[in-house]
Design a protein around this ligand. Structure first.
Ligand SMILES: CSCCC(=O)C(=O)COP(=O)(O)O
Ligand SMILES: [Zn+2]
Length: 235
């Protein structure tokens, strides 16, 4: 792989004084996600799309220590790399991020949150469900051109893990096709992929999902069904 751009042109793609530039945001958000336990031990991460450029972090590096100069830039939809930092490989999550971009996403987050992993262990089937919970209202419902409601049952597909991250692509793409309203796919014993129209929507949705995963785990520990009905108020 090589870039058609000069070194100077490649660097112009990632060096910016604007804190909202994708190369700067990926570094800032990965530091934030590290404190949440989402991207520890080099795993997980975030990719951001800006117009026809997709920003991707390197694979197998400490995500909380990223710098803009470490970023790969891919042209979308040609999928040609415009920037390839030396001695680094693009995130193994890249084919998964691309599946989200093919659905119109502006950013995609992959976390190794233990709440996401636990939810896939508690729910042995092909989906995780939760209902009657306020934070469901933070999750978009594209078919309604709005958001899920408090009384809705949110259903998130679970796919089986593979030995190599990139081999998850086909099953993730199938889950997206099977659940057209979903903006997240859980990966059993691994974590979750969450995407949104913008980087900030992807971030807040990932926070809502993580909250719901934790709540579901704690409810299950208490013998409560996360997808169960609202109990009548007792006098
Ligand atoms: C210890 S991380 C194992 C691989 C993984 O699950 C992952 O998310 C790796 O992502 P990367 O961006 O480092 O390729
Ligand atoms: Zn992973």
């Amino acid at each position: 792989m090589s870039s058609p751009l000069s070194e100077e042109e490649q660097n112009q793609l990632v060096y910016s004084d604007d804190p909202h530039h994708p190369a700067n945001l990926i570094c800032e958000l990965c530091r934030n996600f590290y404190t949440l336990g989402w991207v520890t031990g080099t795993g997980g991460g975030i990719s951001i799309r800006k117009e026809d450029h997709i920003y991707i972090a390197p694979s197998g590096v400490q995500k909380e220590r990223l710098a803009p100069e470490n970023m790969f830039v891919m042209e979308y939809p040609s999928l040609n790399y415009l920037r390839l930092p030396e001695s680094l490989k693009p995130s193994a999550c890249t084919p998964l991020f691309l599946a989200a971009y093919d659905k119109g996403a502006g950013a995609c987050i992959h976390t190794h949150s233990q709440w996401a992993v636990l939810v896939t262990l508690i729910n042995k089937g092909k989906t995780f469900k939760i209902a009657n919970t306020e934070m469901i209202k933070g999750i978009p419902c594209p078919s309604r051109k709005g958001y899920f409601g408090y009384h809705d049952t949110l259903e998130i597909p679970i796919i089986e893990n593979t030995a190599h991250e990139e081999d998850l692509r086909d099953s993730l793409a199938q889950a997206i096709a099977d659940y057209p309203d979903t903006s997240a796919v859980l990966v059993r014993r691994h974590g979750v992929y969450v995407w949104g129209d913008t980087v900030w929507k992807a971030k807040t949705q990932a926070e809502c999902y993580d909250y719901l995963f934790q709540l579901a785990v704690e409810m299950t520990k208490l013998g409560l069904d996360p997808a169960g009905p609202i109990e009548p108020v007792q006098d």
